[in-house]
Design a protein around this ligand. Structure first.
Ligand SMILES: NC(=O)c1ccc[n+]([C@@H]2O[C@H](COP(=O)([O-])OP(=O)(O)OC[C@H]3O[C@@H](n4cnc5c(N)ncnc54)[C@H](OP(=O)(O)O)[C@@H]3O)[C@@H](O)[C@H]2O)c1
Length: 308
């Protein structure tokens, strides 16, 4: 049975991966800083406390379990917090990856070739080109973006025989006890509470359902695919359009959504105006087939109904 170690198992993607991998009969080593918030009771599931900035904890976990695949979802994901705390961001998003790579390089032999799958972002680009391919040239605009690009370079320069970088974009979905919300849930909750929200009309993305992202990562693991893969949604829209679609889908008051420009919203970190990921490589090589945004909203609605 293949052993897959997940970092950041308490996070949105981490939770989806654990759930899907267990249903596919993998042995899952879920790791998070702090306690297990998903608590699966399953014979193929084990939980390890692991702070990815702690070299000894990383080394112990990797040496003890010798996972066939490591999916590194853990990161400091709040872009504005990264801008305000660049040291923490560097430690969690770049140094941690350097440590993982160093440990895996030292464990790698002819018999043991771990597959290291690392999560990156559309934010490594400057937002001047719509629908980016894996070959487009990055130009990060923020501390977060830079930390992720540096982590990519560490992996690309490494002597690891099997690595993949998964670039994803604006992830949404439902998970247990989440430490962060996401755009879809935030818009829905705000409108339900009759709050007026300012939403940018000049930023464009291809939003990604967390389940689709997990499927993309699993396809990479199953195909032992290497290199860079864009794993995102298939619908391109502005954040304003996205918010309106959420309002329409959940029958909420769209007039509470105020169209704004990025320059009118005070945010510490600069965002790339237009991104969007071209997913044709993943579709062709992996058979990746994400849901439409409306289908994704229907899945979110169903999960929220089960939760309440
Ligand atoms: N969400 C997006 O829109 C988006 C877009 C592009 C790329 N990505 C990338 O995709 C990956 C997954 O994102 P996500 O949406 O699942 O993010 P998430 O829900 O914020 O999950 C990230 C997890 O990382 C954990 N973490 C942070 N620092 C850690 C540390 N030092 N040691 C161990 N765990 C740590 C967090 O732990 P706590 O729960 O304890 O805080 C959290 O559970 C990330 O690498 C992110 O950069 C995400």
């Amino acid at each position: 049975m293949k052993k897959i170690l997940i970092t950041g198992s308490n996070g949105l993607l981490g939770q989806k991966l654990c759930e899907k991998l267990l249903s596919k009969n993998y042995f899952v080593i879920a790791t998070s800083r702090g306690q297990d918030r998903i608590n699966f009771s399953h014979p193929n599931y084990t939980f390890v406390v692991l702070d990815i900035t702690n070299f000894d904890q990383l080394k112990n976990a990797f040496e003890k379990h010798l996972p066939d695949v490591i999916i590194n979802t853990a990161a400091m994901t709040n872009v504005d917090a990264c801008e305000l705390n660049p040291y923490d961001c560097l430690m969690q998003n770049t140094k941690s990856v350097e440590m993982m790579v160093t440990i895996l390089e030292s464990l790698q032999t002819t018999e043991y070739t771990p597959h290291f799958i690392h999560l990156s972002t559309d934010f490594i680009f400057d937002g001047t080109k719509k629908m980016l391919t894996e070959d487009d040239l990055p130009n990060p605009l923020s501390v977060y973006a830079n930390s992720k690009l540096e982590s990519e370079k560490i992996i690309q320069r490494s002597s690891l025989k099997k690595w993949a970088i998964v670039r994803t974009i604006l992830v949404y979905g439902v998970a247990k006890d989440m430490s962060r919300t996401n755009i879809v849930l935030w818009v829905k909750n705000s409108l339900e509470q009759n709050k007026t929200i300012s939403i940018v009309t000049d930023q464009y993305r291809t939003p990604t359902l967390a389940e689709d992202l997990a499927d993309g990562c699993i396809l990479i693991a199953e195909n032992e695919a290497t290199g860079i893969f864009n794993i995102g949604g298939k619908d391109f829209m502005s954040i304003y359009e996205l918010a309106c679609k959420v309002a329409d889908f959940f029958h909420l008051d769209k007039t509470l959504i105020k169209p704004s420009l990025s320059t009118e919203i005070q945010q510490p970190a600069k965002r790339p105006p237009v991104t969007g990921l071209d997913i044709s490589k993943a579709q062709k090589i992996l058979g990746y087939n994400p849901h439409s945004f409306e289908e994704g909203l229907a899945i979110v609605a169903k999960q929220l109904a089960h939760k309440n």
